[in-house]
Design a protein around this ligand. Structure first.
Ligand code: ACM
Ligand code: ZN
Length: 766
């Protein structure tokens, strides 16, 4: 990039002409999210006791933020004559700004205080990280003369936090909001009510505090681990209205809007535990103690609407946001199907079914909130049975909900599980802390484009932006939340702020590595997977070779092929490793003397189908393409829990047919493959598989294999013995596997009523 060359020249000149003895030279202009335009010029601005600040009331919040940041962070009082001045410029976008750092002055231009605030977040990133915690010692800081012109691509730039499954302190919520602000994110989606706990004080309903806020115990380990075990300890709490006000005011002072979520009609078991009359049966239930989807949902009685309107009245008084999130997701209709009131209401209102009853429910709440000047936002299930007239859709089950809503001219916020669920694993390392499943590495978040290809330019205008979600079933502590949020939140900030054409992953990685120092100073427990190795099998005219790469510059990779741990003396990686037999590769990244990151290991199994021609009659789902069909016969198996890695292929609700052409007639003895069976994530082993073998005499052999639906294991290993009598000595030309999708997810399971996914791994032929 050409500004880097300029940077080197500038550095050199700065050293020649500019450096006073005590000056700290800030050499990096590495801002996250990447600004729209950025140029580095000659010279630098010296921040020291001669620096002053000038602003009028329009910029009060941002200027005061800057003042205290510099006073507390750098111990510098802004009373000198080299001014940082704030200038109102109505030609700029609402949230846009320009930041000009000149030798004797810094000019911040913006139309709004919020725009100026974002200029300051950029300026902040040009200052030493020690400013973040007030440990900066020197007096003079040279900030490279730079011009930044910037504005966001999307107006909704969000992060979500589930405090229902686990709850976090007000201090932590503020720290989270601070991080959002630093990254120019403007929305905090506070998921306040859940089956496992109601977390907001509602004065009119004290049992929400006494009963709904506490569960008797909590599931231990992963939901997919059977049998379920519990810790036997009460867990809970709630935010008082005073605390909520404090959070909302704090967020306002950082231009972050807090959107509260009050889940309805589903995910409401905690409220029903407190007030059983809100459910269909009136029976006493407990606050949920394990994860998942529960059948106790609000019954659409007048009594329930009165309760919800009362709750919302108190919520509206606390949250000034235009949007109120009303949930709408994962509401099983079992209770409604068997409830006299619900069935009578369906008849009375002329509704078709329970989905339309859900629409009726949501529309009533929408009417109420609209009458109070607010708008609803809900998960994409609110499309089923018809969208409420003014609703905004949060698309999480992929992007089809977003496409449907935008085509109906409704606003949408993108948060598909595949790219925005930060509760998924971010590394393939086996020593990662337990997570819900899936695999969402930094790069996949980074490469997310919130605008679906399926939308026209006109329809794309309904995409307000995107959001990263933090569901906390497997995050008991705020450190764990930080670990899952960072650095993926950095990538998300760039997804929603930066221009798609300006995005560049290697450049981003460099900025993330630099940003680590700031995160350290902020005492944020980020995950660091930058020193991990990525491997790729190359198959071309040079035969099979295995390529190793690491993201960051200036590091060495060393490897072994005998299963031993690589050391500083192991062979240095210089070019792809030829693969002529099955091997076990281990590799690590080293700087001059030290191992960084964790050891990468990869077994390569040169079975009889490796590199053979393979076709699948359907494309894998766009979100889970693996390495395409070839990835099923590349000698590499996927990881045990990360079904979203390069080796697993995901198909949603489709039957598929896979054909492997062995090229020449081959004697084979067995076929092995694996299907993921993570039912909590809607992933099921197939219903059945039909095999068809084309033999060397052009005849066919077929075999059908059924699966039971009783698999509880996370991964279904499938090992198939060929139906060939011994001694017959037949050879096989092609193998065809017709794999029938499980079908609709049954009642009582997570995602009931939705299509199941099929995830398939390497097809090993021996
Ligand atoms: C969701 O993940 N249930 C919105
Ligand atoms: Zn009912």
């Amino acid at each position: 990039m050409h500004y880097k060359k300029i940077l080197v020249a500038l550095l050199f000149m700065s050293i020649l002409f500019n450096c006073k003895e005590k000056e700290i030279l800030t050499t990096d202009v590495l801002v996250i999210p990447q600004p729209l335009e950025q140029t580095i010029n000659k010279g630098s601005f010296i921040l020291n006791a001669s620096t002053g600040i000038q602003y009028d009331d329009v910029f009060k919040i941002s200027a005061e933020f800057l003042k205290s940041y510099i006073e507390e962070g750098g111990n510098i009082k802004l009373v000198g004559s080299n001014l940082i001045s704030f200038i109102k410029d109505d030609t700029l976008a609402d949230e846009g700004y320009s930041l000009e750092i000149l030798p004797n002055t810094i000019k911040i231009k913006a139309k709004t205080d919020q725009g100026a605030f974002y200029a300051i977040q950029s300026l902040r990133q040009l200052l030493p990280p020690e400013f973040e915690n007030g440990t900066f010692q020197e007096n003079d800081i040279a900030i490279p003369c730079t011009t930044i012109k910037d504005e966001p691509q999307f107006s909704y730039r969000g992060m979500h936090l589930d405090v229902g499954r686990h709850m976090f302190s007000v201090d932590f919520i503020k720290k989270y909001i601070d991080a959002l602000a630093l990254l120019k994110m403007n929305t905090f989606h506070w998921h306040l009510t859940e089956d496992q706990g109601w977390r907001i004080e509602i004065k009119k309903y004290p049992k929400l505090q006494e009963i709904a806020a506490f569960r008797n115990e909590t599931l231990i380990g992963h939901y997919n681990d059977q049998p379920h075990q519990f810790d036997g300890k009460q867990y809970g709490g709630y935010y008082t209205q005073e605390e909520v006000k404090e959070v909302v005011a704090y967020a306002q002072s950082r231009f972050v809007t807090v959107i509260p979520e009050i889940e309805l009609p589903g995910h409401s078991q905690a409220a029903i535990a407190a007030y059983p009359e809100l459910g269909c049966t009136g029976e006493q239930v407990n606050v949920a103690t394990k994860w998942g989807v529960f059948e106790e949902i609000y019954c659409p009685k007048e009594e329930t609407f009165a309760f919800l309107e009362d709750v919302l009245d108190e919520v509206l008084a606390l949250f000034p946001s235009e949007f109120i999130h009303i949930g709408g997701d994962e509401a099983p209709k079992t209770r409604w199907k068997h409830c006299n009131h619900c069935q009578a209401l369906i008849k009375k209102e002329g509704l078709k079914d329970e989905h339309e009853l859900q629409s009726y429910f949501i529309s009533r709440i929408e009417t109420y909130l609209n009458s109070k000047g607010r708008q609803i936002i809900g998960w994409d299930e609110i499309l089923e049975g018809g969208l409420a007239p003014n609703a905004t859709v949060m698309s999480w089950r992929g992007i089809s909900g977003a496409i449907e809503a935008a085509k109906q001219h409704h606003n949408v916020v993108m948060t598909p599980t595949s790219h925005c669920y930060f509760d998924y694993y971010q590394s393939e390392n086996d020593n990662e802390p337990i997570a819900i499943g899936g695999y969402l590495p930094l790069e996949k978040v980074y490469n997310f484009n919130p605008i679906p290809d399926e939308l026209t330019k006109e329809e794309a205008k309904y995409v307000l932006g995107a959001q990263g979600n933090i569901w906390t079933e497997y995050m008991k502590t705020s450190e764990q939340v930080e670990y899952m949020a960072f650095p993926r939140i950095l990538a998300m900030s760039e997804v929603v702020w930066s221009k798609q054409e300006n995005k560049n992953y290697p450049d981003f990685v460099k900025r993330v590595e630099n940003f680590h120092k700031r995160l350290d100073a902020l005492n944020i427990n980020y995950a660091n997977h930058l020193y991990e190795i990525e491997g790729d099998l190359l198959s071309d005219n040079n035969g099979l070779r295995y390529q190793l790469q690491t993201l960051t510059d200036g590091k060495n990779i060393r490897f072994t092929l005998d299963g031993s741990e690589p050391t500083i003396n192991s062979e240095a990686y210089t070019k792809p490793i030829p693969i002529t037999e099955s091997v076990s590769i281990k590799a690590s990244v080293f700087n001059s003397d030290k191992k960084l990151g964790t050891t990468f290991s990869q077994d390569i199994n040169l079975h009889k189908a490796v590199g053979k021609k393979i076709t699948i009659n359907k494309e894998p789902h766009k979100s889970y393409p693996g390495s395409g069909a070839e990835g099923l016969v590349n000698g590499i198996s996927g990881s045990d829990s990360r079904y979203g890695d390069k080796e697993w292929l995901g198909f949603w609700g489709e039957d598929i047919e896979i054909t492997i052409d062995l090229g020449e007639e081959t004697e084979i003895n067995s076929i092995e493959t694996r299907f993921h069976n993570g039912q909590g994530q809607w992933i099921y082993a197939p219903k059945e598989i039909h095999f068809l073998f084309e033999l060397d005499d052009d005849s066919f052999l077929s075999k059908k294999v059924f699966f039971s639906d009783q698999y509880d294991d996370k991964i279904l290993n499938f090992d198939y013995e060929l139906p060939i009598p011994e001694g017959m000595n037949v050879k096989i030309k092609t193998i065809t596997l017709k794999i029938l999708n499980y079908g609709t997810i049954p009642k009582g399971k997570q995602g009931a009523g939705n299509k199941a996914w099929t995830f398939i791994d390497e097809i090993i032929v021996n």
